[in-house]
Design a protein around this ligand. Sequence first.
Ligand code: PRP
Ligand code: URA
Length: 209
Amino acid sequence: MSQIVEVNHPLIQHKLAIIRDKNTGSKEFREVVEEIAMLLAYEVTRNISTEEVEVQTPMCTAKCRMLSGKKLAIVPILRAGLGMVEGMRKLVPAAKVGHIGLYRDEETLQPVEYFCKLPTDISERDIIVVDPMLATGGSCVDAISMLKKRGASSIRFVGLIAAPEGIQALQKAHPDVDIYVAHIDDRLNEKGYILPGLGDAGDRLFGTK
Ligand code: PRP
Ligand code: URA
């Protein structure tokens, strides 16, 4: 069964309070989402492999460690996942970025696929799927199925806020995918929105409502 990591760092808690606030405007919302993504990148990359290298310091030779092994790919679920990409890339600039376009049908809450563009070597990469909101879990479950269909096998999910329902659905569909989130909230409302949540992440990032 997958691992669920709720990253309860005080900096993350503080920044989450800012983005939950309905009076936080789009500019600050975007900036703080990016900062939280950077902090989550630190946690999700905790176990990636390193190798010993020798570096010449101004004084002598030092044995150091640098990243090795499989390369990373960050895959945002459009649109809202885009808000997390730059924060992650600040820490892992060599990561390639793939894009998966899905939106939830407002009536059925089912995800509808409209775009998929991935690095050609996606099956060889460690993949981090990013989306601020894991609500019913439908979008994330489908995005990961799309990745697996294209050969991906090493996948982690990173989000900001999850509903227990979304975590359960994701674990059931993809028990091999570890889940990293800043907070697990109470529940979904009748329209599939997370409570207390932060509202519609895409609209708040891009100012579309
Ligand atoms: C939001 C969010 C997730 C999805 C979560 O996207 O960014 O992708 O809903 O809901 P689920 O877990 O119930 O599938 P939305 O469909 O609003 O599209 P957008 O990012 O383009 O606004
Ligand atoms: N998508 C969002 O953007 N917010 C929610 O609360 C649920 C789905």
